[in-house]
Design a protein around this ligand. Structure first.
Ligand code: AQP
Length: 333
């Protein structure tokens, strides 16, 4: 049995939003109380689509600030950036040789992100899931908190780990990592279209609540959030064809740490403008302190760089120890 170890990462690709917070960061924070955790700013993943170098540099520090502002403690968790531990890229290459082309061809995120022009997508974007498997397996992590959008990649990581163990006849060398996905709301949807996930790269800023949004911006965005003309009812089945309404009610439930049924019972018969006021209040209460902490932390870049440096030193030790064994298993001299 492998020791329980948590690994997860966030791409430094711009404004972190409510989806990143409720889908990932919030559980990062509660897990650090119970298990050893590594949390990584995955900058190698970010460059699978072109990043302006100056922006990337500042986004790495901003993502680090968002980790800390959300409640991660650099004394409890290892916080570092991916490119500073070269073992991620080394193991990714080995896993590129374990993973099958057919497995990658099934990945829906590549299809979504590459769009119609997949011939023009970077090779990095295509093999992104193998790098993600390397991130996790480099530390022999056993648990990976992610949003539901990453479930397929996690399943691929398990298949790769299993094939490596079988091919090299090293039973249980790599543990099969378990996804930890939020039960109540695993995917926060866009405020403009309840069928699309909330995302940093969506053009309209009105589609998401950014962690850095001011209280006024949050209120304005929720006011403008798409709903429908039906009233709030207390039968969950009524929301099957009302994705925008369900999304807002689910966000409220998650922020209140209560089941969706309790929320719809509470608001049944009320109109959306009343509900939206209550939701805005909850959001401001949770998000505004994080936003102001991010701003404060960004005033001391040296501190953020120090956090990453210290985290890198700790991550490097675990990675090197595992890599030494991996190189031996593969047969490198
Ligand atoms: N809408 C979401 N709902 C729930 N969880 C989400 N996550 C992202 N969006 C949602 C989770 O946040 C973690 C970090 O994600 P990421 O930034 O590394 O990559 P992503 O999933 O590609 O996020 P975005 O916002 O959609 O970024 P872009 O637009 O740059 O591609 C992951 O655990 C993810 O599941």
């Amino acid at each position: 049995m492998s020791k329980k170890l948590v690994f997860s990462g966030v791409q430094p690709t711009g404004n972190l939003h409510l989806g990143n917070y409720l889908g990932a960061l919030k559980s990062f924070v509660s897990l650090q109380k119970k298990m050893d955790c590594l949390y990584c700013v995955v900058d190698l993943h970010a460059i699978t689509t072109f990043q302006d170098p100056k922006e990337l540099n500042s986004n790495i520090l901003e993502t680090t600030a968002a980790f800390l502002a959300s409640g991660l403690d650099a004394k409890k968790s290892i916080i570092f950036n991916q490119s500073s531990v070269s073992g991620h890229a080394e193991l990714a290459w080995i896993l590129n040789c374990v993973c099958r082309v057919g497995w990658l061809n099934r990945m829906t995120q590549f299809k979504d992100k590459a769009g119609k022009d997949k011939e023009k997508a970077s090779v990095g974007l295509y093999i992104y899931p193998n790098l993600m498997a390397a991130d996790i397996l480099l530390y022999k992590a056993t648990h990976v908190p992610v949003g539901a959008d990453q479930k397929q990649h996690l399943e691929l990581s398990r298949d790769i780990a299993q094939k490596f163990n079988n091919d090299f006849k090293v039973d249980n060398f790599f543990p099969l990592p378990e996804p930890l996905i939020q039960k109540n709301i695993s995917r926060i949807m866009s405020l403009r279209d309840g069928t699309k996930k909330m995302s940093k790269s969506e053009d309209s800023d009105y589609s998401r609540i950014n962690l850095k949004d001011s209280a006024d911006e949050i209120v304005k965005k929720i006011k403008k959030a798409k709903t429908d003309t039906d009233p709030i009812t207390d039968n969950i089945k009524d929301y099957e064809k009302r994705p925008e309404a369900l999304n807002l009610l689910s966000i409220y439930s998650e922020l209140s740490e209560q089941e969706i049924q309790k929320t719809i019972t509470e608001f049944a018969g009320k109109n959306f403008s009343f509900f939206k006021n209550q939701l805005s209040e909850k959001l401001v209460e949770t998000i505004s302190p994080i936003g102001s902490n991010i701003a404060k932390l960004l005033n001391d870049k040296k501190h953020l760089e120090d956090v990453l440096k210290k985290g890198t030193e700790k991550a490097y030790i675990i990675a090197e120890e595992n890599l030494k064994k991996i190189r031996e298993i593969v047969g490198f001299v």
